[in-house]
Design a protein around this ligand. Structure first.
Ligand code: AMP
Ligand code: MG
Length: 426
């Protein structure tokens, strides 16, 4: 962090830590992040989901030659006219086997998709549009194609010398193919971000332990690890820590030594935060916010430092749905920035609400929804029943988040709302 967190937050208009707008909190976080350094060189096949450490500049044109988009006949556009024309077939051009001569006026060449367009030709007529064809000649009907038709131009996918993919890009399946199409087999990527996490709470039991009265199994570590790994980062599980400042401090120190970012859950709501604030202040600068959102009101954010080594810190609320909402809408983007990557954009769509939704103006709400289509095929969303921040099944039953804006009030059935689908193709 180049600037003290307090300076950054003070420079934000309308900054109020006790009722902080979601967008302001996101801005404050974004301004506090300096990307990590350190790169790995990896074979292309191992680069999926990694962040490019440098631009990929195309060393060649892709495709390298003008080639045919169709099976048919390559010809000279200037031979075509307002009436049928019969051209002599001078030879063949197949993919990987170019026609070696220059095509003369009145000639054509039998050509297959992907084959290099022979010298002299500029157009391809698909075979199904040819009127008569035999071994020696083909008759092209009047006005069947325009000159230049069905020709893929050299460099139309990627031009030599151009930036094919930019530094910071999280590589997708198509990116790997694209890099391969340039003949590049290894790429420099950012080293993988290390994210340590632990759960806090005296009531938490780990799987395999008996569930004492009043206790719950710790689910947050499982959700968190999965979200961290889905984003492509290394997850370091530091277990469950009791509500005890000394134990908490010891684990935080351990986490800070090992990781670039530390995420905890639980213990940041009003009463709990009191005894952790002093301890956190000894480790760095951590702000305790009440965010104007639902679920997920309390959250701590800052930077901690141990033996000169810093780590970004997120203290997420304890409730399982609040953990997911605060991770997705605050930590996710921050972790990508810290990784030196551009966060894949959230797919924000509009759908009509199938039902009325109670909503109070003055906070952003992230409700869990099922996105589908109505009788006319238009996008429509319904909620997944009870929306309590402890009801994790409301997430499992959902396929999207319904985002109700800060200023929005009551939503009536049929009104448009914004949704973020959980899954996409990539
Ligand atoms: P807290 O923010 O610590 O007050 O926790 C709020 C609620 O979330 C309490 O009901 C906790 O039992 C629950 N909770 C906290 N941490 C976890 C966890 N790791 N797994 C499941 N539930 C949790
Ligand atoms: Mg707790």
């Amino acid at each position: 962090m180049t600037q003290a967190l307090s300076q950054i937050t003070e420079s934000l208009r309308d900054y109020n830590p006790d009722s902080l707008r979601v967008d302001l909190a996101q801005q404050a976080i974004a301004r506090c992040i300096t990307p990590i350094t350190g790169t790995d060189t990896v074979p292309l096949r191992q680069a999926l989901g990694r962040a490019l450490a440098e631009d990929i500049v195309s060393p060649i044109n892709v495709p390298s030659h003008d080639n045919s988009a169709m099976d048919g006949y390559a010809l000279r556009g200037s031979d075509l006219g307002g009436s049928d024309v019969t051209l002599a077939i001078a030879g063949k051009a197949y993919a990987g086997h170019p026609y070696p001569h220059t095509v003369q006026a009145g000639e054509c060449v039998r050509i297959m998709t992907g084959a290099v367009i022979p010298r002299g030709c500029d157009s391809v007529i698909p075979q199904e549009l040819v009127k008569d064809a035999n071994e020696r000649s083909a008759t092209i009907p009047a006005n069947a194609i325009r000159p230049g038709a069905n020709r893929r131009l050299a460099g139309e996918d990627l031009a030599a010398g151009s930036v094919a993919l930019s530094r910071g890009r999280m590589l997708t399946p198509s990116d790997l193919g694209l890099i391969a199409s340039l003949g590049i087999g290894e790429v420099a990527v950012m080293r993988r971000l290390r994210v340590a996490f632990f759960s806090t709470g005296d009531e938490l039991r780990s799987i395999g332990q008996p569930l004492d009265e009043g206790c719950v199994y710790d689910s947050n570590r499982y959700t968190l690890q999965a979200m961290i790994e889905r984003a492509g980062f290394d997850a370091i599980d530091l277990g469950v820590v009791r509500d005890d400042p000394a134990a908490l401090e010891a684990t935080l120190r351990d986490a800070c030594r090992q990781a670039d970012a530390v995420i905890t859950t639980g213990g940041v709501s009003a009463g709990d935060a009191d005894y952790t604030k002093d301890m956190m202040a000894r480790l760095g600068e951590v702000l305790f916010w009440k965010i104007a959102m639902r679920p997920g009101r309390p959250m701590a954010f800052g930077q901690i430092k141990v033996d000169g080594k810093g780590a970004l810190f997120f203290g997420l609320p304890g409730n399982p749905v609040a953990v997911m909402a605060t991770f997705y809408f605050f930590a996710r983007e921050a972790l990508f920035r810290l990784q030196g990557a551009s966060a894949p954009p959230l797919p924000l769509l509009q759908a009509t609400s199938a039902e009325a939704i109670r909503k109070r103006a003055g906070r952003t709400e992230f409700q869990r929804g099922v996105l589908g289509v109505d009788a006319n095929g238009a996008a429509q969303v319904r909620l997944t029943g009870a929306q309590g921040s402890g009801i994790l099944s409301s997430m499992s039953d959902a396929n999207c988040m319904v985002v109700l804006d800060h200023d929005a009030g009551q939503i009536d059935a049929g009104m448009p709302v914004r949704v973020i689908p959980f899954h996409g193709l990539i």
